[in-house]
Design a protein around this ligand. Structure first.
Ligand SMILES: Nc1nc2c(ncn2[C@@H]2O[C@H](COP(=O)(O)OP(=O)(O)OP(=O)(O)O)[C@@H](O)[C@H]2O)c(=O)[nH]1
Ligand SMILES: [Mg+2]
Length: 380
């Protein structure tokens, strides 16, 4: 509800692009039909069911885990995403009276236009082809309206995303080591702050290691997040070895009996060899203390980078044993379709999505909610 509307409002750029494209496709070659009943189909098959509660934490928490704090902080200046246009949405979803409905026969031309639209929305060629093929199956020659197409599309997207929507698993290991990797500016440090706050709120004790020792500013930034979340941040002098910091942090986390140790890392991809060695060394060192560590290697991806996210996953899978994804900056991006492409291509779990810069702007990933927000299907 609150979370849903937040995601929907913030994903508006994607949904408006897809929505307008779908409307244009149906109108191109479509004809007005003066009947309404078929519009009832507007609501997508899967998303029509009541959406699951979306206020769960972004990790597989024990039952007593409280939710992340509700949105209490004032909207940051950066939230300049325009509000949705309810008029257009309700018109498209055929809410209300028996207004004339435009329908178009589902033929090869229409399918091709659909494919192009999905590719343009960053879904990737393979995924776009598969999705349109599924929509076409058994429906060729049928007359469809925009709301019907939107519903079918939302159903397909939701189905793809269901397989990857999984909260970050919590293990009994103490500390559970969570290594955070990703390119420069993807949102690693911010995500650590948000996660730490959620873990803390769930009664877990957390230690953060500021493994990006190359920039003093990076350490300070993490300290600010640590203060906000009420979590200790272990730092080392600028330029010192991140692996030895990770080792010290592991020692402290063990001594403190901490539940979780989150290790921030530098994101320079310019020199892949260095980064690979650095990550490998961090892993080697913490394994001296716990051969199972890191228990989670989270790759943080910036959703606004579009198709480049595919290369990032491929690269980081070679550098580290990536166990799950966090997608940041889904607020206000027109490239939300990239998640569908990633899910379809790699099948890596998506643990959480970032929808803003504030501490409570990290949500669990809900496939139906995402699909309806992406495509602009209105939910009642
Ligand atoms: N709008 C929005 N901004 C975000 C989100 N997550 C992170 N950011 C912003 O993205 C910028 C970079 O985030 P960082 O957390 O510093 O990224 P990083 O991966 O640690 O970057 P490096 O340390 O330089 O590698 C900051 O300005 C964050 O506020 C999000 O979900 N939405
Ligand atoms: Mg950082």
């Amino acid at each position: 509800m609150a979370f849903f509307s937040k995601l929907k409002d913030r994903l508006f750029k994607s949904s408006s692009k897809l929505e307008e494209g779908l409307e244009a496709i149906v109108e191109d070659g479509g004809e007005v039909e003066a009947e309404a009943p078929a519009v009832q189909e507007a609501t997508p098959e899967a998303p029509a069911e009541a959406p699951a509660a979306v206020s769960a934490p972004t990790f597989e928490a024990p039952a007593e885990a409280p939710k992340p704090t509700p949105a209490s902080s004032p909207a940051p200046e950066s939230q300049t995403v325009p509000a949705p246009k309810p008029g257009l949405l309700s018109r498209l979803t055929g809410q209300g009276r028996s207004a004339p409905v435009v329908k178009r026969e589902l033929d090869d031309d229409m399918l091709e236009q659909l494919e192009e639209l999905l590719i343009a929305s960053d879904m990737g060629v393979d995924t776009a082809l598969r999705v349109t093929a599924n929509i076409a199956e058994g429906r060729m020659g049928r007359r469809v309206s925009t709301p019907e197409i939107k519903g079918l599309l939302a159903g397909e997207v939701s189905r793809i995303m269901e397989t990857v929507a999984r909260p970050m698993p919590l293990y009994p290991s103490k500390p559970q080591v969570v290594l955070i990797v990703g390119v420069n500016g993807a949102g690693k440090t911010t995500t650590i702050g948000k996660l730490a706050s959620q873990f803390q709120a769930a009664g877990k004790s957390v230690v953060i290691a500021a493994g990006d020792t190359f920039r003093a500013a990076a350490v300070e930034q993490l300290q600010v997040w640590g203060d906000r979340a009420g979590v200790p941040v272990l730092t080392a002098p600028e330029g010192s070895d991140p692996a030895s910091l990770a080792f010290d942090a592991m020692t402290k986390a063990e001594a403190d009996g901490a539940d979780l140790l989150m290790i921030d890392t530098a994101g320079r991809l310019q020199n892949r060899q260095d980064l690979m060695e650095e990550l490998a060394k961090i892993v080697r060192v913490i394994r001296k203390k716990d051969p199972e560590a890191p228990h989670n290697t989270l790759l943080v991806l910036d959703a606004t980078t579009g198709q480049n996210a595919i290369n990032q996953v491929e690269t980081f899978q070679k550098l580290a044993d990536v166990s799950g994804l966090v997608m940041t900056k889904l607020d206000g991006t027109a490239k939300g379709g990239i998640l569908v492409s990633l899910a379809d291509k790699f099948g890596l779990p998506i643990h959480a999505i970032g929808v803003g810069e504030q501490i409570d702007d990290l949500q669990p990933f809900d496939p139906e909610e995402f699909a309806t927000a992406l495509i602009g299907v209105e939910q009642s």
